[in-house]
Design a protein around this ligand. Structure first.
Ligand code: OAD
Length: 231
């Protein structure tokens, strides 16, 4: 089976009701990114940070995978599908995809502030954390999210997957945030690259990219048709 590697961003989950970050009306217009997604913000006001992610988790509990997520799952019938996502939701997993790598962490996971590898999974019934919620050693819990200025430990694996791709697909990301945006440079020469996004996305020059100017649901449907005709 050919290796199909897919990089997804916030636009992938827009049709499930999630705001993107940088579109008009996006999350970073409503919140100051420094306040809710940086180690400094956590130092200044951890309660505000916890509230922000508690809110997103509640929203996630109501959300369902959309037609785009489902289409990517169906591609597993014909391809070895690997998804590298910048999204912290679990909608790819809930759609059924087996290989999902979260570059920016996972909303349903938390960890003590002083340990990166002691990870706890929250349940839908108990999906909030507050100041005073601690691990077994009495250390405050924080969201398992990669904040701005923090290392991105999963990038090594993501590069490995990207280098092995026979087909590379980008869906719903403005390609503004590194190192995720730099993954495209690891795609081998001559490998077909597809991009699904309703808006213009700046792609590093010289790379031939097949652009599908549609939202994730319709765009993935078109991608599936194209890929099936190449089987
Ligand atoms: P952005 O908000 O920067 O970009 C979202 C992209 O989705 C844009 O290119 C939109 O045009 C596109 N889009 C909007 N609606 C869509 C739809 N229905 N279908 C497909 N695409 C659609 O989000 P990201 O690129 O994912 O990090 O942002 C990257 C990172 O920046 C996030 O992971 C987050 C953020 O700060 C952290 O919080 C650590």
């Amino acid at each position: 089976m050919k290796k199909l590697v897919i990089l997804t961003g916030a636009g992938m989950s827009a049709e499930s009701g999630f705001s993107t970050f940088r579109d008009s009306g996006g999350l970073w217009e409503k919140y100051n990114v420094e306040d809710v997604a940086s180690p400094d913000g956590w130092e200044r006001n951890p309660e505000m940070v916890l509230d922000f992610y508690n809110g997103l988790r509640k929203q996630l509990m109501q959300a369902k995978p959309n037609a785009g997520h489902q289409g990517l799952y169906e591609l597993e019938q014909d391809y070895d599908v690997k998804i590298i996502t910048q999204n912290v939701d679990d909608l790819h997993e809930r759609a059924g995809n087996h290989n999902v790598l979260h570059l920016h962490g996972e909303l349903m996971k938390v960890r003590p502030v002083n340990r990166e590898n002691e990870i706890y999974t929250l349940t839908p019934e108990n999906c909030e954390i507050h100041l005073g919620d601690k691990d077994k050693n009495g250390i405050q819990l924080r969201p398992h999210i990669v904040w701005f200025g923090e290392p991105v430990p999963m990038i090594e694996k993501a590069i490995e997957w990207t280098e092995e791709a026979d087909i590379f697909v980008i869906i719903g990301t403005s390609l503004n945030v590194y190192p995720a945006a730099g993954l495209i440079h690891y795609v081998r020469k001559g490998i077909p690259i597809y991009l699904i996004d309703p808006q213009e996305v700046h792609i590093p020059s010289g790379l031939p990219v097949h652009i599908i100017h549609k939202g994730a649901g319709e765009g993935v449907k078109e991608l599936v048709q194209i890929l099936k005709s190449h089987l």
